[in-house]
Design a protein around this ligand. Structure first.
Ligand code: TRP
Length: 476
């Protein structure tokens, strides 16, 4: 491997552009689809509270650590870690975790695009329905008028059964992601974020208010915030940690990559805090948007990955304005998904540019098409390959289909390992003066940050990783 990397020379046009792009990367399917799914499956309150603790005690320090590495390195993740190692007189081998991160980001974007494809399909269905409603002179009627609950439910099954439909949606979404990434940092990624994120927040607030008026907000609050600690099993802790890392886009060098496009000096600590607060708020708001509706219609919060797709269309049917709000809901998820998937594809793309000297277009094409192909396997796991259990020999993934295996393996194994190495590297190896001057933290904040990275993150991540992966260890 070459020992020097090229800088891409690209950069954000302002601090707020970086924050929007990083919040855009953080806020995604993880917040609106994965968080409610996991919270529902794990029984609510205890999971949510443990999740919030993970975000602020482990996630936030890691967000700052990753941005720091990128800010110093000014190039792809591998090159940036190498640069920090050099300046800290640490072994250049640490840069390996940047490479592992790029692989993880590449794997994540492959199934991410498939799920975003489902969203795209539902946005299309609801969009057509809205057009009909308007045509019929009833723009504020409920969604999918005249369809029975069975028919609505059936639509998801039909979609999963159709490889060509899934493929078409996956193709469209990955194509869009690839297009934006190929256009570059300031004219692609940053532009997308500056248009899409404000739109996202307007939609989100509107839908939360709508859910509060039309749904059962009391039950939802109780479910999300009343902890039943007996439900906090090692597996639940493991998925809460994995979710905190996933939602903050940590452990795969995503924020190293975005951080490397920061050109001017800025206060990285407050930037990191803004990202963590914004991301967590959106996850909780998404819960407060979805569960009131789930409970109002009497559906099972533990439905799993199909929760958002099966439950909400029911609800939008019975609610006034459902045709309009249902459409907006899926547009909202789609918007969030785009700004995240571009951040994922950007990690391996930057690696190709920085370490291999490829042009941006070539690098984006190679990884975009590669991820597209892996995504095809994931979507075939819902129909033609539904018997395939890629890690079936491992009890944890015994009954897990292809998509959930890629999701589970990256989320439960690769992200925590990436986070562990990041915390060890910054907590123990990185040069203290370099850290101090680059982050601009106050002495107190700096000491707390370094302590959390050096001690709490590695310990907590290791314990949760080991007990989560090998539940037998606790004799459970
Ligand atoms: N954080 C995004 C979400 O919640 C997904 C994502 C984007 C991501 N970039 C990442 C996850 C990097 C892990 C690593 O949807």
């Amino acid at each position: 491997m070459v020992a020097t990397s090229q800088t891409t020379g690209e950069g954000w046009s302002s601090r707020s552009a970086f924050i929007l792009a990083a919040v855009g990367a953080a806020v995604g399917l993880g917040n609106i689809w994965r968080f409610p799914t996991l919270a529902g499956e794990s029984g609510g309150g205890a999971f949510v509270i443990f999740y919030i603790a993970c975000v602020f005690l482990l996630g936030l320090p890691l967000v700052l650590a990753e941005i720091f590495i990128g800010r110093v390195g000014q190039t792809d993740a591998v090159g940036s870690i190498r640069k920090v190692s050099q300046e800290s007189k640490a072994s250049p081998s640490w840069s390996i975790f940047g490479g592992v991160g790029a692989i993880a980001a590449f794997l994540i974007v492959s199934f991410y695009s498939v799920v975003a494809g489902w969203v795209l399909y539902y946005a299309g269905v609801m969009g057509l329905d809205l057009i009909q409603a308007i045509g019929a002179g009833e723009p504020f009627r409920g969604a999918l008028a005249g369809e029975s609950q069975e028919q609505i439910q059936q639509r998801l099954g039909d979609m999963f059964a159709s490889p060509s439909l899934l493929l078409a949606m996956h193709f469209a979404f990955m194509g869009l992601t690839l297009y934006i990434v190929a256009r570059g940092v300031s004219s692609g990624i940053e532009k997308a974020a500056t248009y899409l994120m404000p739109m996202f927040f307007v939609l989100l607030v509107g839908l939360v208010v709508y859910g509060a008026i039309e749904g059962d907000i009391g039950d939802a609050m109780a479910f999300l915030f009343t902890p039943d600690w007996s439900k906090l099993t090692p597996q639940v802790m493991n998925s809460a940690l994995g979710q905190a890392l996933f939602s903050l886009s940590l452990g795969v060098a995503g924020l190293i990559t975005y951080g490397s496009y920061i050109k001017e000096k800025s206060n990285l600590g407050s930037t990191a805090a803004m990202i963590a607060v914004a991301d967590t708020s959106v996850a909780l708001l998404a819960g407060l948007m979805i569960f009131p509706i789930v409970f109002a219609v009497g559906l099972d919060p533990a439905a799993g990955p199909t929760l958002v797709f099966q439950t909400l269309p029911f609800a939008f049917q019975t609610m006034p304005g459902g045709a309009l709000f249902g459409f907006l809901f899926f547009v909202l998820i789609l918007v969030a998904a785009v700004t995240s998937s571009i951040s994922l594809l950007e990690v391996p793309t930057a690696w190709g540019i920085g370490e291999r000297g490829w042009s941006r277009t070539k690098s984006a094409l190679i990884f975009g098409i590669g991820a597209f192909l892996i995504g095809i396997l994931c979507l075939l796991g819902y129909n033609v390959l539904s018997d395939v259990r890629p890690l079936g020999f491992w009890s944890l993934f015994e009954n897990t289909d292809i998509l959930d295996t890629v999701d589970g393996f990256t989320g439960k194994v690769m992200l925590p390992v990436g986070a562990l190495l990041t915390s060890l590297f910054i907590g123990w190896k990185a040069d203290t003066n370099l850290l101090r001057t680059t982050t601009g933290l106050s002495p107190l904040a700096f000491n707390v940050w370094r302590f959390l990275l050096a001690w709490l993150c590695p310990l907590a991540v290791t314990v949760i990783l080991v007990t989560g992966l090998f539940p037998g260890i606790l004799g459970a």
